[in-house]
Write a protein that binds this ligand. Structure first.
Ligand SMILES: Nc1nc2c(ncn2[C@@H]2O[C@H](COP(=O)(O)OP(=O)(O)OP(=O)(O)O)[C@@H](O)[C@H]2O)c(=O)[nH]1
Ligand SMILES: [Mg+2]
Length: 290
């Protein structure tokens, strides 16, 4: 089943975003540090046009720090843009954010001039949490599921500067289904819009190919399973995911694996690197799928 998630409220959010861009001086694009390419919405790039862009690699505490550094370098050389990190271990301060904003936005000599920053990104990447963090108070509702924020919220960040939180937005056609699978695995697509067992299976497939040590440590695997079925059957047997009669409950074992990946219980994992030569990206090019 192809992955696709563009419910009605996102169409509305897109219209609101188009309108808000007209009064915006700088766009923050919040990316998931574990999969920055997959979590970059092409529709947002189109809507922001030539506005300066500050990319934030968020949830950096869940990603491989060495790979995150490569992504930061990669994005830092793009024109009219900067790239900062945020995560539980490297919380971005309002001062650091404002420094980058002032470098990116041309300042007017008019003291009455007001500036607007728009926080954008796909669902569940941590936009509202970031806004609360920058304001040091809970202004926006947050939650560990996609599509928590339903409307825009504009607040004063500091004198002359306003910041707007926006609903997470996907785009109508997810052409790159491998990237879509990464987003589904990381929790940016609502579980109810997915065939969870299929995503669990595909996730198990790429984890087994590229992150076997993390799987072995989390599930106490004694030897490398020959394939996905053996891996999931083994996890199900040792982690309470068997149904009546001893059959594997594929739904429960999929949920367990996805929860472990999303929460970091499998360790700090990056699913993409900027280079096209990583194992994950070789899969894109079909070299591992023969
Ligand atoms: N580990 C970790 N979790 C984070 C971080 N930032 C946000 N989260 C968690 O990610 C989940 C989603 O956060 P939100 O701020 O609601 O995400 P959002 O982008 O506003 O989501 P939508 O409004 O649905 O688009 C919450 O459970 C947060 O606690 C982070 O830097 N590290
Ligand atoms: Mg939100």
């Amino acid at each position: 089943m192809p992955i696709s998630w563009y419910p009605g409220h996102m169409h509305k959010a897109r219209k609101q975003l188009t309108a808000s861009m007209r009064d915006t001086d700088l766009v923050i694009e919040v990316l998931d540090a574990r999969a920055p390419r997959a979590s970059s919405n092409p529709l947002l790039a189109e809507l922001r046009g030539s506005l300066p862009c500050l990319r934030i690699l968020n949830k950096a505490d869940l990603a491989d720090p060495a790979v995150t550094r490569l992504w930061q370098q990669y994005y830092s050389v793009q024109p009219h843009s900067r790239c900062l990190l945020n995560g539980l271990d490297v919380p971005l301060t309002r001062q650091a954010l404002m420094k980058a904003c002032r470098q990116l936005v041309e300042q007017s000599s008019d003291p009455a001039r007001r500036y607007q920053i728009l926080i954008t990104g796909i669902p569940n990447v941590g936009k509202s949490t970031l806004m609360n963090q920058l304001l040091a108070r809970k202004i926006a509702k947050t939650g560990n599921e996609p599509a928590v924020t339903k409307g825009q919220q504009r607040v004063k960040l500091e004198a002359g500067w306003f910041i707007v939180d926006t609903p997470g937005m996907m785009w109508p056609r997810l052409e790159d289904q491998l990237a879509a699978c990464r987003l589904a695995a990381l929790g940016s697509i609502r579980n109810t819009a997915l065939d969870l067992e299929e995503i669990g299976w595909q996730t198990a497939e790429f984890l087994l190919a590229d992150f076997y040590p993390q799987l072995a440590s989390r599930y106490q695997l004694k030897q490398r399973p020959a394939g996905v079925e053996e891996l999931l059957t083994g996890i199900a047997a040792t982690h309470g995911c068997l149904a009546r009669g001893g059959h594997v409950d594929w739904h429960r074992v999929s949920e367990l694996l996805l929860d472990d990946l999303r929460s970091g219980r499998l360790g700090r994992i990056s699913l993409e690197t900027p280079s096209h030569n990583s194992d994950m990206d070789r899969t894109d090019q079909g070299e591992l799928t023969t």
